[in-house]
Design a protein around this ligand. Structure first.
Ligand SMILES: *Cc1c(COP(=O)(O)O)cnc(C)c1O
Length: 462
């Protein structure tokens, strides 16, 4: 199995190279040269199989011969042994033909752990084999940072720099990152938005001299291994339902919902992928109106989705254009220059055959958290609530059951949950000690050169 870039100018790479590189060196994103196929019989067998076994069967199709079966199996089993739900991604019925797919049972209580726990172990294995070192720089809207730190903190041969937008993550999210005591973990609070942080990371990658010197790599969802690990729960959920579902996906960087497209391309029957966004609705506007145009990110109650420029949308555009790398490169170049892209009619039609989009504001999010609590006695986090609002909007026309991806534990956003429901979610055992630990974080201005200098100084004197 080899991987190609969406911009067509990077040489094909192995799974291990893609894991360690993150971004392709032509600025594009990696995708498999051809999608592996999983047949209907195999999918049906996933209904009763342990989650880690399904993950192994799917990831081994992506891994080619980068890792032996025994290595891959050992890392996947170890990754999921640390989860606090035996099903890993339990599917819970909360209403007539309405389900939550709970993805928050890992160490940092958001869905990012599901892929990151595997990715961290594969990273350690690959670096050890190669005798190499890497520098991970991750921009985070709140949850990627803590998941990366939980997966990579304390590993040899890796320095981890996590950049979060100052004041735009919840206190729990911030403390999960800044109270980690591992010497290889470095937190940066950046003046600006998540998009500003992500743009700085992209510029660091584009600085090839710097990127090579420090062996820069990415563990954001631009890293294809994240997508490969995330498509697994689409398979397990659909197999358990034994029918063709609609998936509703609270979306920011388009990584999680693109994992749904990956599952479809591998043979999973899905009625529709519903992109659920908050007031940062660039993706909803792109799919509904055909113009992908970035505005200014606004702070909402679902901060992990306060994103305007969704990196993974490039993968969806590439696929929807019939894998036209020349067009994709030109389109992304135009979007980079003008912050706006008119999506050609044929590409839009293709996207709409799989996706539809719904957005909602904070008032709707709060009302849905309250309503869900009244109706089911469940507390849901604000991101899950954005998904539930979208589910309510599309429910009348859905033929199959509707599965909302529940992306975070309510205890990560206690203020919003209490504001909506009057109930403070109890602090889970995983978060004990969060308010006692000392915070380590450096405040930096919105200035790529300063961020680069900070990283270089820390690498010189760890
Ligand atoms: C990251 C995140 C999202 C958005 O996922 P993308 O892959 O960026 O679309 C949604 N909800 C929560 C809680 C998250 O942490």
């Amino acid at each position: 199995m080899r991987y190609v870039s969406t911009r067509g100018k990077a040489p094909p790479q192995s799974f291990e190279d893609v894991l360690l590189a993150g971004l392709a060196n032509d600025g594009g994103l990696f995708l498999p040269e051809a999608w592996p196929r999983i047949d209907a019989e195999d999918i049906a067998s996933f209904a009763d199989a342990p989650y880690a076994d399904v993950a192994f069967r799917i990831l081994s199709r992506f891994a080619g011969n980068s890792f032996s079966a025994a290595e891959l199996k050992a890392d996947i089993d170890a990754a999921y042994a640390a989860f606090d739900a035996p099903a890993i991604a339990p599917l819970v019925e909360i209403g007539p033909r309405l389900f939550l797919l709970e993805l928050f049972h890992g160490p940092t209580l958001a869905f990012k752990d599901i892929a990151m726990q595997v990715l961290g172990r594969l990273f350690a294995r690959a670096l050890n084999k190669r005798g190499a070192r890497v520098t991970v720089v991750a921009a985070t809207s709140g949850d990627t940072g803590s998941a990366a730190i939980a997966a990579l903190g304390g590993l040899p041969n890796i320095e981890v720099f996590v950049i979060h937008p100052k004041g735009r993550v919840s206190e729990v999210q911030r403390r999960q990152m800044t109270t980690d005591a591992h010497a290889n973990v470095h937190n940066i609070a950046l003046e600006g938005s998540f998009d500003d942080a992500q743009a700085i990371v992209k510029d660091l990658f584009a600085d090839t001299d710097f990127a090579c010197r420090v062996q820069l790599t990415a563990v954001n969802s631009i890293n294809f291994v994240r997508i490969a690990a995330q498509c697994v729960y689409y398979f397990t959920a659909a197999a358990q339902l034994r029918t063709t579902p609609v998936f509703v996906v609270p979306t920011g960087n388009f990584g999680d919902v693109f994992a749904g497209e990956a599952a479809m391309r591998m043979g999973l029957a899905v009625e529709k992928l519903v992109v659920a966004t908050n007031a940062n609705d660039i993706l909803a506007r792109a799919l509904n109106e055909g113009v992908y145009a970035a505005g200014t990110a606004q702070a909402t109650l679902s901060p992990s989705m306060d994103i305007q420029v969704a990196s993974n949308f490039e993968r969806a555009l590439f696929e929807a254009s019939g894998r036209d790398a020349v067009w994709t490169e030109q389109a992304m170049g135009e979007f980079g220059r003008t912050r706006s892209l008119q999506i050609p009619a044929a590409v839009l039609r293709n996207l709409r055959s799989r996706y539809e989009a719904q957005s909602c504001d904070d008032a709707e999010t709060l009302a849905m958290m309250a309503e869900t609590h009244t109706r089911t006695a469940r507390l849901v986090d604000p991101h899950t609530a954005v998904g539930l609002v979208a589910a309510a909007k599309i429910a009348p026309k859905a033929r199959g059951p509707v599965v909302v991806l529940s992306t975070a534990h309510p205890a990560k956003f206690p203020e919003s949950v209490a504001r909506a429901t009057g109930v403070s979610p109890p602090l889970p055992p995983r978060l004990k000690g969060l308010y006692e630990g000392e915070e380590r974080v450096s405040l930096l201005p919105h200035d790529g050169a300063r961020v680069r200098a900070f990283i270089e100084a820390r690498l010189a004197h760890p």
